[in-house]
Design a binder for this molecule. Structure first.
Ligand SMILES: Cc1cc2nc3c(=O)[nH]c(=O)nc-3n(C[C@H](O)[C@H](O)[C@H](O)COP(=O)(O)OP(=O)(O)OC[C@H]3O[C@@H](n4cnc5c(N)ncnc54)[C@H](O)[C@@H]3O)c2cc1C
Length: 258
C-alpha cells in the first residue's frame, strides 16, 4: 500500500505553496515539515512525499521522494476524525530531518509537480469511476425502495415527484459513466486527458453527492436512519467533491483549457 503526501495544514488546493523542505546532505536529502489528511498514513509501507528543493520557486521547486514507513525522523499523528469514508484512516505525517537517499528521488529536482499533475489525470479518472459506482448504488436502492413503499394507496414511484427525481438520478449516473469512460479511453490511448479527467471527476463527484442526497430523500425518514445504507453513502460521497482537487479546482482547470 502506498500513500501520496501532498497536502499540508497551510497548503491544500494550492499544492505549489507547500513548505515541507528537502535539504541536500551527503548522499541524499533531509526532509522537514508536516503533511495533513494523508490517506492510509501509518498503514501504508510506502510514501510518495512532495517537498520543496527550491523555496524561491513555486511548482518548479517541488520534488517527489519515496520513503518507507520505518524511516527515522518520520512520525504519524492520531487518526483524523471525519464525516465519512471511515474505512480509510487519514493521519498527519511529521518529518524532522528524515533522511532520503538521492536514489529515492522520483524524477529530477523540480519535476515533482509535473509528476503529481500526471498522477491526478489517472487518479481523478479512477475517482470518477468510484463516484459513479456510489451514485449508481444510491439510484438503484432508491428505485427499488420506491417500487415497494406505498403511500396514498400506491407505490411512491407512481408519484410523479418521486419518479422524476429517479429519472434525474438515472440520467446523471449515465452521464457520469460515459464521461469517465471517455477520460479512461484517452488515457489508455496514451492521449492527454487532463481536461477530460477533470470533467469526469467534477460530474461524477457532483452526481454522487446529488444521487446519495436524493436517495435519502426518497427513503424519507428511513433514509435518515442508520438501518439503511443511504445516509452512509451520502456522507461518503461528499468527500469525492473535495479530495484529489475540489470541484472549484476542477472548474478552474477546465476553464484554463478554454
Ligand atoms: C478524507 C480526506 C482524504 C484525503 N487524502 C489525501 C491524501 O491521501 N493525500 C493528500 O495529499 N491530500 C489528501 N487530502 C487533502 C485534499 O486533497 C484537500 O483537502 C483538498 O485538496 C482541498 O484542500 P484544503 O482542504 O486545504 O482546502 P482549501 O484549498 O483551503 O480550499 C477551501 C475552499 O476554497 C476553495 N478554493 C481554493 N482555491 C480556490 C480557487 N483558486 N478558486 C476557487 N475556489 C478555491 C476550495 O474549492 C474549497 O471550497 C484528503 C482530504 C480528505 C478530507
Amino acid at each position: 500500500m502506498t500513500s501520496l503526501a501532498t497536502t499540508e495544514p497551510g497548503s491544500g488546493s494550492d499544492a505549489a505553496s507547500i513548505t515541507t523542505s528537502a535539504t541536500r546532505t551527503t548522499g541524499g536529502y533531509l526532509l522537514s515539515g508536516q503533511k495533513a489528511w494523508i490517506s492510509n498514513a501509518g498503514e501504508a509501507e510506502f510514501y510518495v512525499v512532495f517537498a520543496k528543493t527550491d523555496h524561491a520557486q513555486r511548482s518548479g521547486g517541488v520534488s517527489a521522494f519515496l520513503l518507507r514507513k520505518n524511516t527515522d525522523g518520520m512520525t504519524f499523528g492520531e487518526p483524523m476524525r471525519k464525516m465519512g469514508q471511515r474505512a480509510i484512516v487519514c493521519r498527519e505525517v511529521f518529518f524532522d530531518g528524515a533522511f532520503v537517499p538521492e536514489g529515492n528521488r522520483l524524477g529530477n529536482e523540480g519535476q515533482g509537480f509535473r509528476g503529481l499533475m500526471r498522477t491526478f489525470d489517472i487518479s481523478r479518472t479512477v475517482l470518477g469511476a468510484a463516484a459513479t459506482g456510489v451514485a449508481r448504488a444510491a439510484y438503484e436502492y432508491a428505485r427499488d425502495y420506491a417500487k415497494t413503499r406505498v403511500q396514498f394507496g400506491k407505490p411512491i414511484i407512481e408519484h410523479q415527484a418521486v419518479a422524476f427525481r429517479l429519472a434525474d438520478m438515472r440520467t446523471r449516473v449515465e452521464q457520469a459513466r460515459l464521461m469517465t469512460w471517455r477520460a479512461a479511453k484517452r488515457l489508455d490511448a496514451g492521449l492527454n486527458a487532463t481536461t477530460e479527467a477533470a470533467m469526469a471527476k467534477l460530474i461524477a463527484s457532483e452526481t454522487a453527492a446529488y444521487c446519495t442526497w436524493a436517495a435519502v430523500q426518497t427513503l424519507g425518514g428511513w433514509g435518515y436512519s442508520r438501518e439503511y445504507p443511504v445516509e452512509q453513502w451520502m456522507r461518503d460521497a461528499k468527500l469525492e467533491e473535495i479530495e484529489e482537487g475540489t470541484s472549484d479546482i476542477m472548474r478552474l482547470l477546465i476553464s484554463r483549457s478554454m
